[in-house]
Write a protein that binds this ligand. Structure first.
Ligand code: ARG
Length: 275
């Protein structure tokens, strides 16, 4: 856990640095309003009518599918941001691990997926200001022998399920000396929901995942519980290509307004009712 704290603190420091440098201009995209219909003959290729958001929609309450459409905190906040920028939001549901690469190459404009700001990710993309926080927790079966964090061991006696490429995966797969459980003891699944399924069927003994999805999964599945613990806070933010500083400024401008006028809080409260 100490290692987790160090990692997250390091990430926060870099994040604060980037946030201070990347913002400050009041650029809310109002100039887009007149040219949505004739983007083809404008010379500025960064202007376009669609904002493509990559996400991994198996992470309630941040993003999930409701029939054919998408719902969740990120989906609604992104909708509001697009609205402010005079753009239409288009959502692509992809593997979590391919979001950053796709943002980097310009396949997606933004990556928004309850994504934690980390040092490693900051090497590849920029992050917007943070709009929410998360905490890594551990889900076990309610009748498990594992009763507390101290019972978790990387000695080969238990398997840890994670969603591949998430911070839960990164922490758990780290060496025991670094506070992890060793990558041989970690089973990586495509989605958090798959990891929870594996816990239910006894393929893994614990699942490490963000707290709000953990609560959603425990609520939706009988016989699971979340271990009490002294947890580390992570910051969620929107990934944007390093070259696309114009979009970063616009997104931060929109986010600032949406935070200031209470929209972000109202969306979060709608999906995460106070206990
Ligand atoms: N916060 C964690 C991370 O950034 C997990 C995010 C998983 N998100 C998702 N939509 N599946 O690694």
């Amino acid at each position: 856990m100490k290692k987790f704290l160090a990692l997250v603190l390091a990430a926060l420091m870099v994040f604060a640095f980037v946030a201070c440098n990347g913002t400050g201009k009041d650029n809310n995209g109002a100039s887009n309003a007149s040219d949505t219909s004739d983007t083809s003959d404008t010379s500025d290729t960064t202007e376009k009518a669609t904002l493509i958001m990559a996400t991994n929609a198996a992470f309630p309450p941040y993003e999930y599918k409701e029939g054919e459409s998408f719902a969740g905190i990120d989906v609604e906040i992104a909708g509001k941001i697009a609205e402010k920028l005079g753009m239409t939001l288009e959502i692509k549901d992809v593997e979590f691990g391919s979001i950053i690469g796709g943002v980097q190459t310009g396949k997606f404009d933004i990556g928004m997926a309850g994504m934690t700001v980390t040092d490693e990710r900051l090497k590849s993309v920029n992050f917007s200001d943070s709009y929410a926080t998360g905490i890594q927790v551990v889900i076990v079966k309610a009748d498990s022998e594992i009763k507390s964090l101290d019972d978790l061991k990387g000695d080969g006696s238990m398997k840890f399920g994670v969603q591949q490429d998430t911070t839960g995966d990164i922490y758990a797969s780290d060496t025991i000396e670094n506070g992890g459980y060793g990558k041989d003891n970690v089973v990586r699944y495509k989605t958090g929901a798959d990891a929870v399924q594996a816990l239910k069927t006894g393929k893994v003994d614990a699942v490490i995942i963000d707290n709000e999805p953990a609560k959603s999964f425990v609520k939706a599945n009988e016989g699971l519980s979340i271990l009490d613990g002294d947890w580390v806070k992570e910051n969620y933010a929107i990934a944007i290509a390093k070259e696309n500083t114009e979009l970063l400024e616009k997104v931060n401008g929109a986010l600032k307004e949406l935070i200031a006028d209470g929209t972000v809080k109202a969306i979060i409260d709608k999906y995460i009712p106070a206990e």
